[in-house]
Design a protein around this ligand. Structure first.
Ligand code: ADP
Ligand code: MG
Length: 568
């Protein structure tokens, strides 16, 4: 069944600067409604927008998570794709919402991302008959270049980690970045660690390349592959499903200064705008029923988020705004953007049997390793010392090493795949017993990254999980009731004629108000469009003047340069 992108608004509290500048509050947050007052035309009617939920300056990220994100994350554990993205002007709380504020002395807060980590591994630890493989990756898009943030061995900008990773459209799989590092993780702590490493890499790269982090987009992805019907003793039975959770912190949506930016800054401004304006165009095309073509290919961001907008993903957009009068224009523009996104319809579906599942590779590898072990034991029993046989074993074993090179933090008892590779290279002749040991270690490593059911007997946890799930369901139900109540009543479920008349009159009144507001919006947008147009015309005139100046300069300089022997 189709479902719309869920859009919520979070208005942060006034910051110190706004307080000391004695800014006025122009935003009012109601239950499902945000109202804004135009500070330069205080008598003008207020503008109201309705959303799936609205949170004021006192709200906590935990509340937003429990209300809106909990059910989505549960779905990704069942094999659906989910995306949560934060949108808004720089300084309005996107990173605060997504990643929390670990530096706050009095009240460190967890963001949506950390809560996803906790939730995912808690649920996995209580899974029965399902084993999971969790893989994370973290990328940044800056100036339409994709950068891998999970590199650990070298600086993020060296030639080994090219600044621009390429996208690939794999039939049956979707858009991927094949060269991106993926890390297997077995608990929330490891995820926290990768997030920290990624953020550190992001800062290092930004400093090295003199960039502003508010101008880049980041996507933290958790892939959750699962095998149904498996148990700790037999982890590789059953069919495979894969849920993918994208956690996106977008670049600041504020308009870049259009005139007077030159060289690198102009290029940067246009490219940052390119991704965000491409996102805007994709949203517009999706909600405009008449448009057949959706321009996903116009930017890296829209290609990566293709499934999340009009695709098979459950999507939540968190729009962050400021309450201060000085940010009125940007706030209005964020609310308009968010309002359009509400109308995007997705068709979420469980990803059954994905073609490129790592779990399938492991399934095959374990079978192969077990076969090798049995053969090796049989051969060992017959006390063969045949060199050819040992070499054949080793070759077969090396062929089975298909596991990604990046492993989880090694546990004390287990050796990483790197180490096995190194050992293999060191001992060109593996003795029979060594070989069995190595193969067994390999099997252990694969089993180590398959998780699930570790706390299945923790009754307290079970109860807490059940209560949270119930609460999330209750909220989802309440949300859908608001929509269906309107629909039901309009479709004729009335207890009396008087009730029908009252309800329909109310509805007509509401519609009339909405029409008036939309008419004002159209007029406002038209005048804004005029301003934009004048801005662009001014820019064209400036660029034309510059071009003429350089042409004259070149014309005058040419004879002199020729005389000095340089032919230009
Ligand atoms: P963005 O990522 O949108 O540029 P940040 O998340 O970095 O903005 O927020 C800017 C500042 O505002 C940070 O110091 C952050 O702690 C603070 N802030 C943002 N949202 C809130 C909020 N809801 N409650 C308290 N402080 C907030
Ligand atoms: Mg930020």
């Amino acid at each position: 069944m189709g479902e719309n992108v869920k859009v919520i608004v979070r208005c942060r509290p006034m910051n110190q600067k706004e307080i000391s500048n004695k800014c006025d509050t122009v935003v009012e947050s109601g239950a499902y409604e945000v109202t804004v007052l135009n500070p330069s035309a205080r008598n003008a009617p207020r503008k109201s927008f309705t959303f799936d939920n609205v949170y004021d300056g006192l709200s906590k990220s935990e509340t937003i998570y429990n209300d809106m994100c909990y059910s989505l994350v549960e779905s990704t554990l069942e094999g659906y794709n989910g995306t949560i993205f934060a949108y808004g002007q720089t300084g309005c709380g996107k990173t605060h919402t997504m990643q929390g504020d670990s530096n706050l002395m009095n009240e460190p807060s967890k963001g949506i991302i950390q809560q996803c980590f906790d939730h995912i591994f808690e649920t996995i630890s209580m899974a029965t008959n399902v084993r999971y493989l969790a893989l994370v990756s973290y990328l940044e898009i800056y100036n339409e270049n994709i950068r891998d943030l999970l590199i650990i061995d070298e600086p993020v900008t060296t030639s080994k980690n090219p600044v621009n990773h390429l996208l690939k459209d794999v039939p049956g799989v979707g858009i991927t970045v094949p060269t991106l590092t993926t890390q297997a993780v077995v608990n929330a702590k490891e995820c926290y660690n990768w997030l920290r490493i990624g953020n550190k890499n992001r800062i290092t790269a930004a400093t090295l390349m003199n960039e502003k982090s508010s101008r880049s987009h980041t996507i933290f992805t958790i892939n959750l592959e699962q095998i149904q019907g498996s148990t700790p003793t037999h982890p590789m039975l059953g069919g495979i499903r894969r849920g993918k959770l994208n956690l996106v912190d977008l670049a600041g949506s504020e308009r870049q200064c259009k005139t007077g930016t030159f060289g690198e800054r102009l290029r940067e401004a246009t490219k940052i705008n390119l991704s965000l304006s491409a996102l805007g165009n994709v949203i517009s095309a999706l909600v405009d029923g008449k448009k057949k073509h959706v321009p996903y290919r116009d930017s890296k961001l829209t290609r990566l988020l293709q499934d999340s907008l009009g695709g098979n993903t459950k999507t939540i957009m968190i729009s962050c705004i400021s309450p201060a009068d000085v940010n009125y224009d940007e706030t209005l523009s964020t609310l308009r953007y968010a309002s359009r996104a509400k109308c995007i319809s997705n068709l979420p579906k469980i990803n059954e049997d994905p073609k490129d599942a790592k779990l399938r590779q492991y399934q095959e590898e374990i079978l192969e390793l077990k076969r090798l072990l049995v053969e090796s034991q049989q051969q060992g029993n017959s006390e063969s010392t045949d060199d050819n046989y040992r070499q054949q074993q080793r070759r077969l074993y090396e062929e089975t090493l298909k596991m990604p090179q990046q492993m989880t933090e090694k546990s004390k008892r287990q050796v990483s795949a790197h180490e096995i590779d190194r050992n293999l290279n060191k001992n060109s002749q593996l003795e029979g017993e060594d070989f069995q040991l190595q193969v067994q270690k390999r099997v252990d490593i694969i089993k180590h990254v398959l998780i699930g059911g570790e706390r299945v007997n923790d009754l307290q946890l079970k109860e807490r999980h059940r209560m949270r799930k119930l609460e999330a369901k209750r909220i989802a139900h309440a949300l859908s009731r608001i929509v269906s109540e309107d629909r039901d009543l309009l479709q004729g479920h009335y207890s009396s004629i008087q009730q029908e008349i009252n309800i329909k009159n109310d509805h007509i009144k509401r519609c009339a108000q909405k029409i008036k507001m939309l008419e004002r919006e159209v007029a406002d947008l038209n005048s804004e469009f005029q301003l934009d147009r004048e801005d662009y015309l001014e820019e064209i005139r400036n660029l034309g003047r510059n071009l003429k100046f350089y042409q004259i300069l070149l014309h005058k300089a040419q004879p002199i340069l020729r005389k000095s022997g340089k032919n230009w």
